[in-house]
Write a protein that binds this ligand. Structure first.
Ligand SMILES: [Zn+2]
Length: 275
């Protein structure tokens, strides 16, 4: 038997950190690096396949990763850094929102959504400076707690991360980021009751559909099948596009089967629009 396939060779600029894998959901070591994909025969790289790549968030557990043509790294880095700089400037000026494409966006969400990419692209010092800048501003405590929590998560210190996300939640409910982050940590630790408690509290005051999806996931993992079905249906009512996502709908249908009830068809939640 001849063994052939393809893999990335000539790995450079290796960066190691921790994160939750978007593919398998496992929190654990991740890494980013640049390299080139080669076709191999018996692991001998023989056939170059395409240009140089930036691989990021490669999960140790399932080995899956995201990739970007290396030529796009600088523009992507500049875009995320620019968005983060603008959100930070707004926070330091006492504002909670920043203009993004003509719409107000929550500064903390803007920053929180960019940090993992910036980390993967080697901006560790930039993130450290950003967290330090927020730490020094008493009126930015909420943003500081969220960013410090994310930083601790990247560093693998989950106890510290939990402490910061909890503090952020005590200060405000204005962004769902600390709640979603806490739930992620509790799911990792199989603390489903704690995850459920956080979700119930936040869902009482928030209309974030994503949290309902997260609740369905928590309930599925904890074995609360009936509860998970209810959460999925609430999730689909809040975000009808999600019911047309094959993977999500399949999970819902499976749970319905277990509870011996007929799954509601995707169209019953609303019209199909691109998800
Ligand atoms: Zn994975």
């Amino acid at each position: 038997m001849i063994i052939y396939g393809s893999r990335v060779y000539g790995k450079k600029d290796l960066i190691a950190y921790f994160g939750t894998c978007e593919k398998c959901g496992v929190y654990g070591p991740q890494r980013s690096y640049s390299g080139r994909r080669w076709g191999h025969v018996y692991w001998l790289p023989l056939i170059p396949m395409g240009g140089k790549l930036q691989i990021f968030h490669e999960c140790k557990s399932c080995k899956q990763a995201h990739s970007l043509p290396f030529s796009d790294v600088e523009s992507t880095r500049a875009r995320f850094k620019g968005a983060t700089d603008r959100a930070l400037a707004a926070l330091l000026a006492g504002r909670n929102t920043v203009d993004v494409d003509g719409q107000p966006a929550d500064c903390v969400n803007e920053i929180g959504g960019a940090l993992d990419i910036l980390l993967a692209f080697g901006e560790r010092n930039y993130i450290k400076l950003l967290v330090a800048a927020l730490r020094q501003q008493p009126n930015c405590e909420y943003a500081h707690r969220v960013c410090e929590g994310l930083w601790a998560e990247f560093e693998g210190d989950l106890e510290f991360a939990e402490e910061h996300f909890r503090s952020a939640l005590r200060i405000s409910n204005r962004s769902t980021l600390p709640a979603a982050s806490l739930v992620r940590l509790y799911m990792h630790g199989k603390k489903y009751d704690a995850a459920e408690a956080v979700l119930e509290k936040v869902l009482a005051v928030s209309e974030d559909a994503g949290l309902l999806g997260l609740q369905a996931r928590v309930r599925t993992l904890s074995g609360d099948t009936e509860g998970a079905v209810i959460s999925y249906e609430a999730f689909f009512r809040a975000l009808p596009e999600a019911a047309f996502n094959k993977g999500i709908y399949k999970d819902y249908r499976k749970l319905c089967g277990k509870t011996r009830r007929e799954p509601l068809p995707p169209e019953s939640f609303g019209p199909q629009v691109p998800y």
